[in-house]
Design a binder for this molecule. Structure first.
Ligand code: PLP
Length: 381
């Protein structure tokens, strides 16, 4: 049985064209970019070419890109690096951030900073009034994600960044889920720092970047040989960086197709879900085109995901990035969804290669599995 993959927000396959650009740097072009010989110079040139490709994909300049080993690393770098050079104040993060933003913010509390969470409403949108009130106290950093990994709901980052700048605080956004799915423009967003990650857009695992406004005095993430302008020392992962650059270029070229195709798949899926009386979270908010997050009354998300996996469909329950935990999704709890319903949440995330036929087959299986699980619950009750 060929399992259908509907979990592209967790990670998506390396694109063949991307692999082809990476291979020479894994086999014959194995230079260290700091070496003076031809191998080193070629590797250096490849890294700088990728830097330009990444910058171009996000409306930034090449010298604003700092390569990291992941989105997680870039988010930790933003929170720790931006606050470390400032006097103690507060760090504000939205209640729906990925843990790789909230946990470093919480960790800064032991070093004298205060970390607070900003509420969201039932549509998963940031409560601007709450942010406004919290900004009355001296604030170093505000971090709000552009697109939520679970609901796909988009935030008005331009407006949030403007408010943050008025209060003389730095603004960071996690754009890991947005890149390749909607247009992302660093300059337009008006933020000081932005995180992106390669494996969410068909690039290799193990590389990401922090896009950084030159005016931010950020404390280095790693000390050593001084790579990445002294901000992130360590020999560059040349093949991965080259792959990330190529994936960025392809993602931008394919953006409108991705958007149209995945939106039509989601429309079909959600029509079917509504016929089955599912609750669809964040449905009426502006969302990523490829993401649907839903639940059925009295059905555990984990149980349904396992049943669907056995039946040939790979989907996620809650956030796959924290799937070791059986706690209900913090995103849904922040939206005011009750914890029983939140425990039932299942996420489907498409890419442009998924098809309507796959969605129809999924709906058929889903109906069978939901009915079966409901009958089992009825018998047990
Ligand atoms: N931020 C968001 C919104 C994510 O969804 C993820 C991963 O799922 C990350 C950050 C972490 O990125 P990485 O897997 O590159 O560490």
């Amino acid at each position: 049985m060929n399992t259908v993959y509907f979990d592209h927000n967790s990670t998506t396959a390396l694109r063949k064209e991307v692999l082809e650009t990476m291979l020479p740097f894994m086999i014959s072009q194995h230079g260290n970019p700091t070496s003076r010989h031809v191998f080193g110079r070629n590797a250096h040139e490849a890294v700088e070419n990728a830097r330009a490709q990444v910058a171009n994909a996000v409306g930034a300049q090449a010298n604003q890109i700092v390569f990291t080993a992941s989105g997680t690393e870039a988010n930790n770098f933003a929170v720790n690096g931006i606050t470390s050079n400032l006097a103690h104040g507060q760090i504000l993060t939205s209640a729906i951030e990925h843990p790789c933003v909230t946990r470093p913010a919480q960790a800064m509390q032991s070093r004298g900073w205060r970390a607070h969470s900003i509420h969201v409403d039932t549509y998963c949108k940031l409560d601007i009034h709450h942010l406004h009130n919290m900004l009355a106290a001296p604030t170093n950093l505000v971090s709000v994600m552009l697109a939520n990994n679970e609901t796909g709901v988009l935030q008005d980052i331009g407006q949030i960044a403007e408010l943050t700048r008025e209060h003389k605080a730095y603004m960071h956004t996690d754009a890991v889920q947005a890149l390749g799915k909607i247009p992302v423009d660093f300059a337009d967003l008006g933020v000081h720092a932005m995180t992106i990650s390669s494996h969410k857009i068909g690039g290799p695992l193990g590389v990401g970047a922090l896009v950084l406004d030159k005016r931010v005095d950020i404390y280095p993430l790693l000390h050593g040989g001084g790579q990445e302008k002294g901000l992130r020392s360590g020999t560059e992962n040349v093949p991965a960086i080259v792959g990330f650059g190529a994936a960025c270029e392809l993602a931008i070229k394919d953006l409108s197709h991705f958007s149209k195709q995945t939106e039509s798949l989601r429309k079909r899926l959600e029509t079917g879900l509504q016929e089955m009386n599912a609750s669809i979270f964040g449905k009426n908010a502006n969302r990523l085109p490829n993401t649907s997050f839903f639940a059925f009354d009295n059905i555990e998300g984990e149980t349904l995901v396992t049943a669907l996996d056995k039946a040939g469909f790979a989907v996620a329950s809650g956030s796959a990035c924290s799937s070791n935990s059986t706690e209900p999704s913090h995103v849904l709890l922040a939206m005011g969804v009750d914890s029983d319903m939140a425990r039932g949440a299942v996420r489907v995330s498409f890419n442009a290669e998924n098809t309507l036929a796959q969605v129809d087959a999924f709906l058929k299986t889903l109906k069978q599995e939901v009915n079966r699980l409901k009958q089992m619950t009825a018998i047990a009750a």
